[in-house]
Design a protein around this ligand. Structure first.
Ligand code: ADP
Ligand code: MG
Length: 277
């Protein structure tokens, strides 16, 4: 039995149990790009379950299919195989009860920070007064109060990403998808924004799918970490992160932290992502 097959076998039992009570359920999801004969297998098969209010991270090497998986789970890209349920209903069109944050902030340059956030209100035709109130609250909680009237170019990278998070949450969606949202930020800003996101999540308890390259970030934020193999990415390991919240800036004081980190590094070595020695 191949290494990946053996790792996945171990996961299957857990998956069946989780599948029943999950809010977001992906079963046997695959994606190939291109014509049938010469198609490039980019993803899967992947089983993915996220419970209501659960924070799940996906950690995997570049190019393994993480962004593809997220787009498929959001209904923004058709899967080649498998099926997806959200709230017990098959996902057949783009998910609407969702907020998405990408690595690039994708803010409109000609709109102020507040107008960018309120785009959600216009597109979704929601109550402007209520949304404006909620936006101001989010600016405050994300540590950018006072930045409402500024244009994206007048904001630092960290602030731009905070505005993107506010935009993703202002309509109070049940689900939050984040694709390497802090990837372009410096390490110090990343630690702060990680904490601010955790605090906000603790108040709102969205179901989160968080994609990252960062082991610290995954351990610092997640209830569960799913590790993906190299392309075509499959989920080969699950790590339940049992640490109290809110978690501190420096996680190294927890003995469990090094246990989780060690397990992640060892998995990457087994998968051939790392070659040390
Ligand atoms: P990750 O986010 O893990 O870095 P991606 O999901 O972006 O990986 O991509 C997985 C693989 O699929 C990569 O090899 C990428 O080049 C390929 N890929 C992604 N999107 C497309 C597309 N629209 N057409 C063809 N190939 C794609
Ligand atoms: Mg990606």
């Amino acid at each position: 039995m191949g290494k990946i097959t053996a790792m996945r076998k171990e996961l299957d039992v857990k998956n069946v149990e989780q599948h029943e009570r999950s809010f977001i359920r992906g079963l046997g999801v695959t994606k190939s790009f291109g014509e049938e004969a010469g198609a490039f297998a980019a993803l899967g098969p992947v089983d993915l379950n996220i419970a209501q209010g659960e924070f799940v991270s996906i950690l995997g090497p570049s190019g393994c299919g993480k962004s593809t998986l997220m787009l498929i789970m959001a209904g923004l890209m058709p899967a080649t195989g498998g099926k997806i349920d959200v709230d017990s209903k098959p996902l057949l069109k783009p998910l609407t009860d969702v907020g998405i944050v990408f690595q690039d902030h994708l803010l409109l340059e000609f709109r102020t920070a507040l107008e960018n956030v309120l785009l959600q209100q216009q597109v979704r035709r929601l109550d402007r007064v209520a949304l404006k109130r909620r936006a101001d609250e989010l600016f405050d909680k994300l540590g950018i109060s006072g930045a409402q009237g500024r244009y994206p170019r007048q904001l630092s990278g960290g602030m731009q990403q905070r505005v993107s998070i506010a935009r993703a949450l202002v309509h109070d969606p049940a689900v939050l998808f984040m694709d390497e949202p802090f990837g372009a930020l410096d390490a110090i800003s990343r630690t702060q924004i990680r904490h601010d996101l955790e605090t906000l999540w603790m108040e709102t308890r969205k179901s989160v799918l968080f994609i990252t390259h960062s082991i610290d970030e995954a351990i610092g934020l997640s209830d569960r970490i799913l590790i993906m193999s190299k392309s075509p990415g499959r989920i080969v390991k699950e790590i339940k992160v049992d640490l109290p919240r809110p978690r501190p800036a420096y996680l190294g004081d927890y003995p469990e932290f090094s246990k989780y980190a060690d397990e992640i590094y060892r998995t990457f070595e087994e998968l051939g992502v790392y070659h040390f020695n």
